[in-house]
Design a protein around this ligand. Structure first.
Ligand code: RIB
Length: 346
C-alpha cells in the first residue's frame, strides 16, 4: 500500500454480510449483547470479524469524547495489583457494552472521600462501582437519589441497604487460610494487618480467629501486627516478627505478603523453611514470587464482570429490588507454606 493510500475501514455491514445475518444481529453480538443468539450464529460473526479484520469504532459510536456513557470506579489503591486487575476486568466487560470506565483511586484523599465521590459522580457517570471504604451513608444516598447515579458496592466499601452488592465470603475465606497453617502444625502464627481495617478485612480477620478457636489454640495479641497497608508495611513489620517465636505469617493481602518476603529476605530468613507465609487475593504476581505464594484466590475477573453487569442492570431497571451476590474464593496452595516438623511445635 502506498503511504498516501488510506486503508478502507471494514464496516459492521460487511461483517454482517459475510456472516449471512442482519446488521442488527451482528451489531448486538459484536457489542457483547448476543447472549440470545445461538453459539453457531455467534461463531459465524466471530469468524467474519476475524476474516475481515473488523474492530469496533468507539469514536464513531460516540463512546469517546461524548461523556454520557461512563462508569466510575472508586478504588482505595491503584498501586495494588488486586485493584489494577479489578479495573482491567471492568474494562473488558464494560467497553464492549458501550461504557468507558473512569477510575478514582482514593490514595491520599481519604480525608475528603465524600467530597471527591460527589465531584466524581457529578459529571459524567451513569453508574458508580464503589470498592473503597469511608463514604458516608449521606453521600451514598445523595449520589443515588439526587444525582441519579446508581451504585454497586464491593470489597472494601461499607455495605448499604440501598444498593446492589457483590461480595466474597470473607469470614469463610479467612478461616480456610488460618486452618491451612494450623493443619500443617503451626501454632505460633503472626498476623499482619493494616492500621486501618475496612469492614471486609475485619470479617477476614474474624475468620482467622474462628479457625484458632476451632483448633483450641490461642491467638495472642503479641502476634498481631498492625502496619501501613502496603508492601513497605509488610517489609518493616518483619523486624518485630523475627523477635517472636512465630513459625508462620498470615498477611491480610498479597500486596503486604510481597513486603513480608522482602523483609524476611533482608533478615536472612527462608520461606518456607523458617517461616510459612500466606497471602490473600492471588494477584498475578503471586505465582511469580520465589517461592510462589500460597494465597486465597479471589475471583477478581468475575468480580469485575459482575459489578459491571449489576450497575448496567440497575441503570436499565432503576426500580428493581436490590440484590447481593456472593462469589467463591479458593485457597491456592503453592510453595510458601510447609508442614512444621514435630520438634518445632510447642
Ligand atoms: O489487596 C487488596 C485487598 O484489599 C484485597 O484483599 C481486597 O479484598 C481488598 O479489600
Amino acid at each position: 500500500m502506498k503511504v498516501t493510500e488510506v486503508k478502507k475501514k471494514v464496516t459492521i455491514r460487511e461483517v454482517a454480510e459475510r456472516a449471512g445475518i442482519s446488521v442488527t444481529t451482528a451489531s448486538l453480538i459484536l457489542n457483547g449483547k448476543g447472549d440470545r443468539f445461538s453459539e453457531k450464529t455467534r461463531q459465524k460473526v466471530k469468524l467474519a470479524q476475524q476474516d475481515l479484520g473488523y474492530h469496533p469504532d468507539y469514536f464513531a459510536q460516540g463512546l469517546v469524547g461524548q461523556r454520557r456513557n461512563s462508569i466510575g470506579i472508586v478504588i482505595p489503591d491503584i498501586l495494588n495489583q488486586f485493584f489494577a486487575n479489578f479495573v482491567q476486568s471492568i474494562e473488558q466487560e464494560a467497553i464492549p457494552q458501550g461504557y468507558f470506565p473512569q477510575v478514582f483511586s482514593v490514595n491520599g484523599f481519604h480525608e475528603n472521600i465524600d467530597y471527591f465521590i460527589e465531584q466524581f459522580s457529578g459529571g459524567t457517570q451513569k453508574g458508580l462501582i464503589l470498592a473503597a471504604p469511608g463514604a458516608s451513608q449521606e453521600i451514598v444516598d445523595k449520589v443515588q437519589t439526587s444525582t441519579n447515579v446508581p451504585m454497586v458496592f464491593t470489597d472494601q466499601a461499607e455495605v448499604t441497604k440501598n444498593g446492589d452488592v457483590v461480595l466474597i465470603n470473607e469470614a469463610e475465606a479467612g478461616e480456610i487460610i488460618a486452618s491451612h497453617l494450623l493443619a500443617l502444625g503451626h501454632r505460633r502464627i503472626a498476623i499482619v494487618l493494616p492500621n486501618d481495617m475496612a469492614v471486609n478485612l475485619f470479617k477476614r480477620f474474624s475468620g482467622y480467629q474462628a479457625a484458632f478457636a476451632k483448633y483450641n489454640i490461642p491467638l495472642p495479641e503479641e502476634l498481631i501486627f498492625r502496619t501501613s497497608f502496603d508492601p513497605e508495611g509488610g517489609r518493616d513489620v518483619i523486624q518485630k516478627i523475627v523477635q517472636t517465636d512465630a513459625t508462620a505469617i498470615i498477611a491480610i493481602n498479597d500486596d503486604m505478603a510481597v513486603g513480608v518476603y522482602r523483609g524476611l529476605q533482608a533478615q536472612g530468613k527462608k520461606i518456607p523453611d523458617d517461616y510459612s507465609v500466606v497471602g490473600f487475593d492471588d494477584i498475578p504476581l503471586a505465582d511469580f514470587l520465589t517461592p510462589p505464594l500460597t494465597t486465597m484466590a479471589q475471583p477478581i475477573n468475575e468480580l469485575g464482570k459482575m459489578t459491571v453487569d449489576m450497575v448496567l442492570q440497575r441503570i436499565n431497571e432503576p426500580k428493581k429490588a436490590y440484590k447481593t451476590v456472593r462469589l467463591k474464593a479458593k485457597l491456592t496452595v503453592r510453595e510458601s507454606t510447609r508442614e512444621l516438623k514435630e520438634e518445632k511445635r510447642e
